[in-house]
Write a protein that binds this ligand. Structure first.
Ligand code: SF4
Length: 375
């Protein structure tokens, strides 16, 4: 299993909560696309000829690109890598970019077979509060147009815990997801990350912080409602109908190798992790000079253990005692000793040598993982 991620670092508007790397100026778009091509060529051996099972265009907002630009990018990838005939090819898209014409062209001229659409909320007041570029009517229209264009592999993103948004508002968002035949739903809790506009507003008293209790209630409602509708909760933030898990993201969580192209993109080859500079101008300048602008870290056994615990606990696959033991002799006794407290509290359980979070444990996933980490 291996895949390629391409980061398209442009957006129409800056969402107040966002801490991804992006620019709202498209002035450098052509140069950036050329730099992506150079990086693809320079990194051609990174995956050692492995066949790609997935290609994921994320961002930023990849749907901001013209279809011709996307077509060219896919041609460049296919000229260097072998893409499995049944590979999952995902494009992240915002509703306001998805016209009937664009969707038809995506199907005709690109290999995209899966759309991940940033709906976030069906309430215009929430969308305005977050400074999203689209409104609720555009979200519904985008879903209908995507389905009409033949995109059956759809994923939507929703955000819960939005200050000023009630539990009833959240229930309407979940209802939207169930109103359409959408096999995959990603739901994220609003977080106030340092350096974001939202962080600044909260510090200045211009926005109220996230109400943790409301966020927890909304997450529980989400889990129960989607379970009732047949969705499997296969990662803390991800739900899918049986057999419709996101293959690209699942491969991250299962330790597969991947190559990340573009500013801020990360790559992993089983031994080391590397990440590109999060700056469009520096990225372009380096590639124009034939240099790869990344930092690299070789993972220690402790880091590999911590990563496994973090991702394992967040997923349906859990933490397997044999895999923990394979990472280092001291890790399993340590893990099992620390786990006792969480098991006693009902947040963690063990079944056939796999540790998984219980429903209550999922609310505390990051804290439990941190308690099981080694220094
Ligand atoms: S569209 Fe996505 S990447 Fe762009 S600013 Fe909004 S949340 Fe961030």
């Amino acid at each position: 299993m291996s895949g390629i991620y391409v980061h398209i670092p442009f957006c129409k508007k800056a969402c107040h909560y966002c801490n991804f790397h992006f620019s709202t100026s498209l002035k450098s778009k052509n140069e950036l696309l050329e730099a992506l091509h150079i990086e693809l060529q320079l990194q051609r051996d990174y995956l050692q000829g492995q066949v790609l099972q997935s290609v994921y265009l994320g961002g930023g907002t990849p749907s901001i690109l013209e279809t011709g630009e996307l077509e060219q990018l896919f041609e460049q990838i296919a000229a260097i890598h072998t893409i499995a005939p049944d590979a999952e090819i995902t494009l992240e898209a915002n509703p306001d970019d998805l016209s009937a014409e664009k969707l038809a062209d995506l199907r005709r001229y690109t290999p995209v077979n899966r759309l991940s659409i940033g709906i976030q909320s069906v309430h215009d007041k929430d969308l305005q509060w977050m400074n999203r570029a689209h409104n609720s009517a555009e979200s519904r229209q985008a879903l209908e147009l995507a389905l009409n264009a033949g995109f059956q592999d759809l994923s939507i993103d929703l955000i819960y815990g939005i200050p000023g948004s009630s539990d009833a508002d959240w229930a309407e968002n979940v209802a939207l997801a169930l109103q359409y035949p959408i096999p995959h739903i990603s739901c994220y809790c609003l977080t106030v990350e340092e350096g974001t506009a939202l962080h600044h507003f909260v510090k200045k008293g211009k926005a109220v912080p996230v109400d943790e209790a409301a966020a927890a209630r909304q997450f529980e409602y989400l889990c129960q409602t989607l379970a009732g509708a047949g969705y499997e909760h296969y990662e803390i933030s991800n739900f899918a109908l049986p057999g419709r898990y996101a293959r690209h993201n699942s491969s991250y969580w299962q330790g597969a190798h991947y190559l990340g192209i573009g500013p801020s993109a990360h790559s992993f080859n089983g031994i080391s992790r590397q990440w590109n500079v999060s700056n469009n101008a520096l990225y372009i300048k380096a590639l124009q000079s034939g240099n790869l602008p990344f930092e690299i870290e070789t993972l220690t056994p402790e880091q590999r253990y911590n990563e496994y615990v973090m991702t394992g606990l967040r997923t349906i696959w859990g933490c397997d005692t044999a895999k923990i033991a394979a990472l280092g002799a001291s890790f399993l006794p340590y893990f099992e000793e620390q786990a006792k407290t969480w098991i006693a509290q009902g947040h963690l359980y063990k079944a056939e040598n796999i540790y998984r979070l219980s429903a209550s444990g999922k609310l505390l996933a990051d804290g439990i993982a941190a308690a099981l980490f080694v220094d």
